[in-house]
Design a protein around this ligand. Structure first.
Ligand SMILES: Cc1cc2nc3c(=O)[nH]c(=O)nc-3n(C[C@H](O)[C@H](O)[C@H](O)COP(=O)(O)OP(=O)(O)OC[C@H]3O[C@@H](n4cnc5c(N)ncnc54)[C@H](O)[C@@H]3O)c2cc1C
Length: 303
């Protein structure tokens, strides 16, 4: 990164910017080389100034949530990764639950369980931040974030405007949110919740967490589901049927517990994970004629 750019970022953010940070530290798969800068703006005005600076100096920028659904490249990334870790305000309002983009899944589950707020139980155990949930339209079979979002606030990529969208104006798809300008930053969401009983919410959450613990490899670094489910089938079932459970390349392994998870068994590189994704996809294609699309976001490229 050019010295002038470093200086500008430091002037703007002080110790809220760090340089040459390994992406492996910021992602749940624990792979990825260094990004030139990681910025954690303190508040909205600072974020908008940062976006303006990046736009003016033509520095590539992207937001990372909690890093639970990304694959970061071994060679690292140019530019700035923005993290909204200081955007953690969570308010219970008459209109719903308003959460800033950096609010974590556990904050939401805790709040709903404590206050008996019903509607978001299905998100229990979907690890990440509100910004990541919205971008991925995160969910479980039968229920997705789009079903509970009322409004979303978005900053334009150049940091010149903040716009509030009603849910019906947003184009959510299966594990995606389409239609926003590339580089847009999701700032907050208003979720629809209803007043229920704390016991009922807690019981629903416990049931879902127990189900996950039985069916997913939660004790190893992974990025959750690697492939999207094709219409009418399950990627995990197809991968298992192709004999891929336990198959490994380098330190990356198709989980013996759930075939749609790739585990970093220790020392995996991003290259190992990508090679495994491509090999698994090829084998399923040969066995079934079905091409599997990735759910995981491959930063700086495509799988
Ligand atoms: C063990 C495990 C289980 C999982 N189970 C599920 C599941 O049941 N259902 C499911 O849907 N997913 C699941 N996932 C995947 C993951 O939890 C979700 O995709 C989650 O939404 C990721 O949130 P994040 O904050 O970590 O996003 P990240 O992985 O950090 O980012 C994902 C994408 O969102 C973008 N992004 C994040 N924040 C913002 C923002 N504020 N503005 C603009 N763009 C942003 C990033 O640039 C990136 O492209 C699982 C993952 C793991 C590891």
């Amino acid at each position: 990164m050019r010295a002038r750019v470093r200086d500008e970022l430091q002037k703007l953010l002080g110790d809220r910017v760090r340089f040459d940070v390994p992406l492996a530290r910021l992602t749940s798969l624990r792979v990825g080389g260094p990004v030139e800068a990681v910025a954690a703006p303190a508040h909205r005005d600072e974020l908008l100034s940062l976006l303006q600076t990046c736009s003016e100096l033509q520095i590539p920028q992207r937001v990372l949530g909690s890093g639970f659904n990304v694959l970061a490249p071994d060679e690292g990334l140019p530019g700035v990764v923005i993290r909204l870790t200081r955007f953690r305000e969570l308010e219970t309002l008459p209109a719903g639950l308003r959460a800033e983009a950096g609010v974590s899944h556990s904050q939401i589950t805790r709040r709903c369980s404590e206050q008996g707020l019903a509607g978001l139980e299905f998100t229990a155990g979907i690890p990440g931040s509100v910004g990541g949930w919205l971008t991925m339209n995160a969910g479980i079979p039968g229920r997705e974030i789009k079903d509970v979002v009322r409004e979303v606030e978005v900053a334009s990529p150049e940091g010149r405007a903040v716009r509030r969208f009603e849910a019906r104006e947003l184009d959510f798809g299966y594990r995606e949110l389409r239609g926003l300008a590339p580089g847009s930053v999701l700032l907050s969401a208003l979720f629809e919740v209803t007043q229920g009983s704390a016991e009922a919410v807690r019981a629903a959450v416990d049931t879902l967490l127990a189900k996950r613990a039985r069916s997913q490899p939660l004790d190893v670094p992974s990025c959750g589901s690697v492939f999207k489910n094709p219409a009418g089938d399950h990627a995990g079932r197809m991968l298992e049927a192709a004999g891929l459970k336990g198959f490994r390349i380098g330190g990356a392994q198709i989980s013996p517990v759930h075939a749609n998870f790739i585990a970093n068994t220790g020392g995996a590189t991003s290259g190992d994970v990508l090679a495994l994704i491509r090999e698994a996809r090829q084998r399923v294609l040969e066995a079934t004629g079905q091409h599997l699309d990735t759910e995981v976001h491959v930063l700086g490229g495509a799988a």
